[in-house]
Design a protein around this ligand. Structure first.
Ligand SMILES: [Zn+2]
Length: 308
């Protein structure tokens, strides 16, 4: 690989061998073996960097920032020991509303609803009357972004009623998420940097400014209390640039978020502003897929954008 100072950012979510009903339809899982192979690949082809290095612009050749989104406990159980072993720094951007306990992210409720109600039942529950492919991706891309926090909570309540389960019981049954002590261990035992991913894992397009503010400022404040770190970064849930609204960006910058992450097939050679970074979303990729995902797709995405 030719030497370059363009930063590559990768994003993971959850680590498990076999996806459960709560994650199966979300495409968020990486197997422990695949993750170990990815880390060896990163060590061979890149220089892993920390968030502080990214913000300071203190970059070695072929810099790579490894980030993990959401609040899965598998980050502590599976990813952290492997990262420590390879001495690769990691940024966990997370949701304190989930870590505080008793709160089920709507994504996991949707996955369970797909499992138990089927595509037709879930389609009816979320208001899709015409035939649909039965991919949760469509709900996440087309329906969730139109909802404000109240309507989003209403949809989750409706799904939980259809599933016949109370939210606190479901959280217990899933047994998937970090608690505050485990988050603290990621920082103290494994040297993780923590970033903001909103309180409740929400999109921004459908939110009034007051709700955007409470999700961003509340997320930062609660994470600072939980970790003792100064929270300097933010990643938009689902990573869509349409959620980087002028309101959201203004609130983020005014509250000291110095690095803001999206997920898009673009290189970081050309960015909308110096504090915005594109990440590539990772799953169970083979080495060939890593080459495509990290080297070729982002360049093709950039070319496509330039031609449009
Ligand atoms: Zn997320």
């Amino acid at each position: 690989m030719l030497s370059s100072l363009v930063v590559t950012c990768v994003s993971y979510h959850h680590f498990e061998q076999t996806p459960s009903p709560y994650t199966r339809h979300l495409g968020v899982s990486t197997s422990p073996a695949a993750f170990a192979r990815h880390l060896a690949y990163f060590k061979r082809h890149y220089s892993p960097i920390s968030l502080d290095q990214l913000i300071a612009g203190d970059l070695p050749p072929n810099p790579l920032l490894l980030t993990i989104d959401d609040a899965y406990r598998s980050v502590l159980d599976i990813a952290a020991p492997l990262l420590s072993e390879h001495r690769i720094p990691a940024l966990l951007t997370t949701n304190p509303g989930v870590i505080a306990g008793g709160f089920a992210p709507i994504d996991n409720v949707l996955s369970l609803a797909m499992e138990e109600l089927g595509a037709t039942g879930l389609g009816l529950a979320v208001g899709l009357t015409e035939p649909w492919s039965g991919s949760i991706r469509r709900v996440v891309r087309e329906i969730l972004p139109t909802l404000d926090l109240c309507r989003r909570a209403g949809l989750k309540e409706r799904l939980l009623r259809l599933l016949g389960v109370e939210e606190s019981h479901l959280v217990e049954r899933m047994d998937l998420f970090l608690n505050p002590d485990q988050l603290a261990r990621l920082v103290t035992e494994h040297g993780f940097t923590v970033g903001n991913h909103t309180v409740s894992h929400t999109t921004f397009r459908g939110l009034p400014r007051s709700q955007a503010q409470s999700e961003i400022l509340g997320g930062k404040r609660q994470l600072e209390q939980m970790t003792g770190q100064n929270i300097r970064s933010f990643s938009f849930p689902y990573g869509n640039r349409l959620d980087a609204t002028p309101d959201a960006l203004e609130i983020l910058r005014a509250s000291g978020h110095e690095a803001i992450f999206l997920v898009q097939r673009r290189t970081n050679a050309v960015r909308p502003s110096p504090d915005i970074w594109y990440r590539q979303s990772m799953a169970d990729d083979t080495e060939l897929q890593l080459d495509m995902k990290l080297t070729w797709y982002p360049r093709m995405g950039e070319l496509k954008a330039a031609l449009n």
